[in-house]
Design a protein around this ligand. Structure first.
Ligand SMILES: [Zn+2]
Length: 357
């Protein structure tokens, strides 16, 4: 049996599997067929078992790979760009950067050129110069730039970015770009849950609150009409402070304000008509189902409370008291509300918004 074992060791799996029953082969190793047959059978069975395990795991890996490859996010992930020889393209950097090149930038580009491929998706293209919209393009950056600095220099403010893929892997805003990196930048996803792979701004729990630029005063009133907390600020410093302190979502038409580091979430409001702006904001933050109309003071943002008609005698004209039974008071500014003539107009506005959302 010792010879048989040695024969098996020497012959190995393939020989036993395919030629082990050939007496001529076994004779070459100086053993008798009967002597080697049983141990060979056991070895063949063992090898077959190992193969089956390997096969099962490769099938499982294949399924996993297929599941990964068929995930809907893949349709949005570009294939790797064609490698491009050039580097140190100082002109491109100068052309695509919103700020002038500093001497340090120039030196960095000449000494250690870093050229990166960028693609921006969906509404992020609104911020790009026309030649860069809807396509992948090469962009030269100073060595070791963060990906956030790079896409903001192209015009895209970070609060509008929800996912950054570098070489197909999710990365945070502080990722340091390297020559040849392939960067894809996405806005908020509506149908695909990316919370597990997102490495950018954290999800904010609790009711959404807005810090609204004074130029969007009418939008703020409409948000309050729909029941959302929307404070108006006159100064960029104040709005940035409110965003950082109270985790407020900044709404503005000033892109530079959104690029401030203190602003984590925000939107550059595209529309100019207030009703269109309201629909835009409700859609982009998926808020249509969270509307609670007529629950907040349109003037000062405080939630209003229902009060008995007898308590408003001194505050409303007698014809109003005669015509209405329900009244609300704002604890912030003491105004009294009832369902007057403008109630119908506002109700139909809310209905229009609901239908469009
Ligand atoms: Zn009020």
């Amino acid at each position: 049996m010792g010879d048989a074992k040695r024969a098996c060791d020497l012959v190995g799996r393939d020989t036993i599997g395919h030629q082990g029953r050939d007496p001529a082969v076994l004779r070459d190793f100086g053993v008798d067929r009967a002597e080697v047959y049983e141990p060979a059978k056991r070895i063949i069975a063992y090898v077959a078992e190992v193969d089956a395990v390997r096969h099962r795991s490769s099938v499982a890996c294949g399924r996993l790979r297929a599941a990964r490859e068929s995930h809907p996010i893949n349709s949005m992930i570009p294939t790797r760009p064609r490698p491009r020889a050039a580097a140190g393209d100082e002109l491109l950097l100068q052309e695509s950067s919103s700020r002038a090149l500093t001497p340090t930038d120039r030196t960095a580009v000449r000494v250690n050129p870093t050229e990166v491929s960028f693609r921006f998706y969906a509404q992020l293209n609104d911020f790009l110069r026309v030649p860069y919209r809807g396509r992948r393009f090469m962009h030269a950056v100073a060595a070791r730039s963060s990906v956030k600095d790079a896409f903001e220099s192209l015009g895209v403010p970070h609060p509008e970015v929800d996912l950054v893929l570098v070489n197909r892997a999710a990365e945070g805003f502080s990722y340091r770009l390297q020559h040849g990196d392939d960067v894809s930048v996405y806005p908020a996803f509506r149908t695909i849950d990316i919370s597990e792979i997102r490495r950018t701004a954290p999800d904010v729990s609790g009711a959404i609150r807005f810090a609204v630029d004074v130029h969007l005063n009418k939008l703020a009133s409409l948000l309050r009409l729909c029941g959302f907390d929307a404070l108006v600020y006159h100064d960029d410093e104040d709005i940035a402070d409110a965003a950082a302190r109270d985790a407020r979502v900044v709404l503005t038409r000033d892109v530079a304000l959104l690029k401030r580091a203190a602003v984590q979430r925000g939107r550059w409001v595209r529309h100019t008509d207030p009703e269109e702006q309201l629909v835009e904001v409700l859609e982009s933050f998926a808020l249509v189902d969270q509307m609670n109309p007529f629950s907040r003071c349109l003037r000062c943002n405080t939630p209003i409370v229902s009060v008995a008609a007898a308590t408003v005698v001194a505050h409303v004209p007698s014809r109003i008291r005669a015509a209405f039974r329900e009244f609300w008071r704002c604890p912030g500014c003491d105004r009294i509300f009832w369902r007057g003539s403008h109630y119908g107009q506002l109700s139909s506005l809310i209905e229009r918004v609901r239908r469009r959302g």
